[in-house]
Design a binder for this molecule. Structure first.
Ligand SMILES: Nc1ncnc2c1ncn2[C@@H]1O[C@H](COP(=O)(O)OP(=O)(O)OP(=O)(O)O)[C@@H](O)[C@H]1O
Length: 458
């Protein structure tokens, strides 16, 4: 292993199986160009002529055969590592690919027999979930597995159950994205959410959760996992090929192995077949024990994987900037592919803002004798606009005003059509000014509140 600060342009020579790792803060940018050989960034191949820019990023360029990289700019850390877990990661990919091949063969046989139940024919399709402590490399491994699958012509669904990490869209959400092309090297999974660049069939399906931690509202999180699972089943029931490619599910980091309730619920809801436990012997042992019984899923194989020595424990301040940038990219695109967002005015009387779940519900013991607590974590409350809404990210739902007037519970678990940012609350004129990536008036009038806020100056 060699070490040196990267200044100006430095050439880095990687042997077979080596990885060039870097950490670059938000004040600096580095550019990486492949000069000779083959290289990949979390599974996506670097083009021979392209220059890739990174800022506010920790990353690794890996080479199976060896390569030379030209790296320009100043980074906080840059070195070549010879020890990586990539051999075990590719072995996992090959095992998953075998299952996909088998699933496609079964689907083709079912089609030959005019068996309309494509999901039954794809029972062997791998449904993989990645779990582990914070910053152990779950999203990076998901990205590698997605890219390897896509490079082999597969179209797996990437399910993001990590509301803090905002890989596909704004933080505070969960999503499912049918992946038809490799993850963008610079923009990451976010490239799929940009309305200007994507359309069906790879448009992400997104749900507003409104918090960063699943434990902030476990009942809602579990309900959303059920909705994600049902939406995936609906989409895959029309697409035998995609059904055979299976799922790759990313999850929120779990520090305390006793608190895996959200993970266990999602395993059952998404009918997970393979659980990859990264970087935690204890979590592997606990989850293997729990899943070897009859519930919730007797047929899950649990696999232990090493954490890469390159993963970086991200400081809260880094995560804050990272998430602020993700929101900015949602509204304004990336530096390479910027787009315009639009301001729109919404009068209080034309819209309805709802929230799911109550922050502080009186404990039952404080209620008068005989009265029971009415609110549940999935209760729907009307939010009366006031200045505290400024900077909020609201989800635009498909519900109509009439529908929520009759029964506001109908918004629970609805998909988000998109998001708007509240920039002004004018209490005198009784109206909101919203920023939206789509021009014109709001397409729908029912908005779902979340606790995620963003100030455009960040
Ligand atoms: N091999 C590597 N070399 C350098 N940096 C890496 C490597 N693998 C991952 N990283 C970086 O380490 C950090 C943590 O990785 P990652 O986001 O994959 O972890 P995670 O387990 O998904 O985190 P979270 O707990 O937020 O879900 C990220 O900044 C990622 O880009």
């Amino acid at each position: 292993m060699s070490s040196a600060p990267a200044v100006k342009t430095t050439e880095w020579v990687l042997g077979p199986g080596d990885e060039f790792r870097f950490e670059v803060d938000f004040a600096h940018t580095i550019e990486i160009k492949l000069k000779r050989g083959q290289a990949e960034y979390f599974g996506a191949e670097l083009g021979p002529e392209a220059t890739y820019s990174f800022s506010g990023e920790n990353g690794a360029v890996f080479s199976w055969e060896g390569c030379t990289l030209a790296v320009t700019g100043e980074s906080q850390s840059a070195y070549v590592a010879g020890e990586t877990p990539m051999d075990s990661y590719i072995n996992v990919h090959m095992a998953l690919q075998q299952l996909r091949v088998q699933a496609h063969a079964e689907a083709a046989a079912a089609a030959g027999q005019k068996n309309s139940d494509s999901l039954a024919a794809n029972n062997v399709a791998p449904r993989v979930m990645i779990v582990g402590p914070e910053d152990c490399g779950k999203t990076s491994l998901a990205r590698i597995l997605v890219n390897y699958a896509v490079r082999m012509g597969e179209t797996p669904v990437y399910v993001d159950l990590d509301p803090m990490d905002a890989s596909v869209t704004v933080p505070g959400t969960v999503s499912a994205t049918p992946m038809t092309k490799p993850v963008d090297i610079e923009a990451g999974f976010m490239g799929y959410a940009m309305s200007s660049s994507s359309g069906p069939p790879d448009t992400p399906l997104v749900w507003q959760f409104g918090h960063e931690q699943p434990s902030a509202n476990s009942a809602l999180f579990n309900l959303l996992a059920d909705r994600v699972a049902a939406a995936i089943d609906r989409r895959l029931s029309n697409d035998r090929r995609a059904a055979g490619s299976g799922l790759i599910v990313d999850t929120r980091g779990v520090g305390d192995v006793a608190k895996c309730e959200a993970i266990e619920h999602a395993i059952a809801a998404l009918r997970i077949t393979t659980l990859l436990v990264v970087g935690s012997e204890r979590m592997f042992s606990v989850l293997s024990g729990r899943l070897s019984g009859s519930s919730p899923s007797p047929s899950v194989s649990v696999v232990k994987l090493a954490r890469s020595g390159g993963t970086v424990d991200r400081h809260p301040a880094f995560r804050q900037l990272y998430n602020a940038r993700a929101i900015k990219q949602y509204f304004y695109g990336t530096a390479r592919e910027p787009f315009t967002s639009f301001s729109t005015i919404a009068n209080f009387k034309e819209i309805r803002i709802l929230r799911v779940g109550e922050d502080s519900v009186a404990p039952s013991s404080t209620l008068p004798l005989g009265e029971t607590r009415k609110l549940t974590d999935t209760s729907v409350l009307v939010v009366d606009p006031d200045e505290s809404l400024v900077h909020s990210i609201l989800a635009v739902t498909d519900a109509s005003l009439d529908a929520v007037t009759a029964d506001c519970d109908c918004v629970v678990g609805l998909q988000a059509l998109g998001f708007v940012n509240v920039t002004v609350v004018d209490m005198e004129k009784k109206r909101l000014v919203l920023v939206s990536p789509v021009p014109g008036r709001l397409p729908k009038q029912v908005l779902l509140y979340g606790h995620i806020q963003w100030m455009e100056t960040i």
